[in-house]
Design a protein around this ligand. Structure first.
Ligand SMILES: *Cc1c(COP(=O)(O)O)cnc(C)c1O
Length: 377
């Protein structure tokens, strides 16, 4: 099956009982048992729900894995994956991971005895040097947020295998439409499905896909034990969103390419970060590793004051957290998504006060460019 066909025909098709072409919303908590333990595969909806299962089968097919899991949010998914580890374990993570990932690792998991080192995963020599005897996992985000750094997943997977590390990839920015980390050697891939997968700014959700039965059993045990499952209504909304994922990703990218070129030539912009630009440090790698460059662009306007002026003047770019939906959004990472990262750390990473991040929507690109032209005057 090719990619766009898989978005429509992957997972579970409709409802065998009625012929309904869309999977129904099974708004139910418990299921009748004929005798103790004799049932049709469902006992209680924390353990399993047919609508959630349809979504889990679909994301499993899209990410080319063994089993999928739907969580109540991206953070619940990330927490679920980290709950696979034990006190005393150490994990390595990409240095500019999503702010919430940095926060859970440095302020919550540390209390449970899981230690972490943040390292530039675009530099595999640095990753190698950071491996400790108790290191159990390599957690990679690529492209990263907000600087769009790209890590070589195949090479990282080889390093992880050599050192017996579980490789986990946050694939939120690329989606399985552009990039399938399990096929490149990762063990676990996860998403904030709140972003491109949902695509319409109406659901908060997380997804995980694993590449082995052992991991599937372990993660199901954790998910059922901790309980942060996605509800049936939200599962259905994600299945609906996924049907147009290919169309949307191509539209986001087409617009983003033109906006990135426009920003790169604009005198008020000192730096543009977009993997599709030839000036991007890992442009060739991004081209090789992913089918597309995505719809996220960051650019520097020099100061917090100038960033505020742009925010005041834009019409079609809504000032908001989040990304990946049909409407264009704009944000200032240093004061928003990355505010939970200490200031010195932000400076080290290059998340300056004048850095702006846009999530390019699928509006007419002429309107978006006209809007930015006005705002940057
Ligand atoms: C938003 C986001 C998360 C967290 O997901 P939520 O759905 O907000 O809990 C994790 N990783 C990345 C890259 C994100 O953008």
């Amino acid at each position: 099956m090719k990619r766009k066909t898989k978005l429509i025909h992957g997972g579970i098709q409709g409802d065998p009982h009625t012929g309904a072409v869309s999977v129904p919303i099974y708004q139910v908590s418990t299921y009748k048992q004929e005798e103790v333990g004799v049932h049709k595969g469902y006992e209680y909806s924390r353990t399993g729900n047919p609508t959630r299962f349809a979504l889990e089968e679909l994301i499993k097919d899209l990410e080319e894995g063994v089993r999928g899991f739907a969580f109540a949010s991206g953070m619940a998914a990330i927490n679920g994956v980290f709950t696979l580890f034990n006190s005393g374990d150490h994990v390595l993570l990409t240095d500019d991971v999503y702010g919430g990932t940095y926060r859970i690792v440095s302020k919550v998991l540390n209390r449970m005895g899981i230690s972490a080192t943040f390292v530039d995963t675009t530099d595999l020599e640095a990753v190698k040097k950071a491996i400790q005897p108790n290191t159990k996992a390599l957690y990679i985000e690529t492209p990263t947020n907000p600087l769009l750094k790209v890590t070589d997943l195949k090479a990282a997977a080889a390093l992880a295998t050599e050192h017996n590390l579980l490789m986990i990839v946050d694939n939120t920015f690329s989606t399985p439409y552009w990039q399938t980390p399990l096929a490149l050697g990762a063990d676990i891939v996860l998403h904030s499905a709140t972003k491109y997968i949902g695509g319409h700014s109406d659901v908060v959700a997380g997804l995980v896909v694993v590449n082995s039965e052992t991991l599937a059993e372990d993660l199901h045990f954790v998910q059922n034990s901790t309980g942060a499952v996605l509800g049936p209504q939200d599962s259905w909304l994600l299945i609906r969103g996924i049907k147009t994922l290919g169309l949307r990703m191509e539209a986001h990218e087409k617009n983003a390419a033109q906006i990135a070129a426009f920003l790169e030539n604009h005198p008020a912009v000192s730096k543009v970060y977009y993997p599709g630009l030839k000036s991007h440090a890992q442009h060739e790698l991004a081209k090789r590793q992913s089918g597309g460059f995505g719809g996220m662009i960051s650019f520097d306007v020099g100061s917090a004051e100038k960033a505020d002026e742009v925010l005041r003047r834009v019409h079609y770019f809504t000032l908001a957290e989040s990304l990946g939906a049909v409407e264009s959004l704009i944000s200032v990472p240093a004061r928003m998504t990355h505010a939970s990262i200490p200031e010195e750390r932000r400076a080290e990473l290059g998340i300056t006060p004048g850095l702006m991040r846009i999530s390019v929507g699928i509006e007419d690109v002429e309107d978006l460019i006209a809007d930015l032209t006005e705002a940057l005057k």
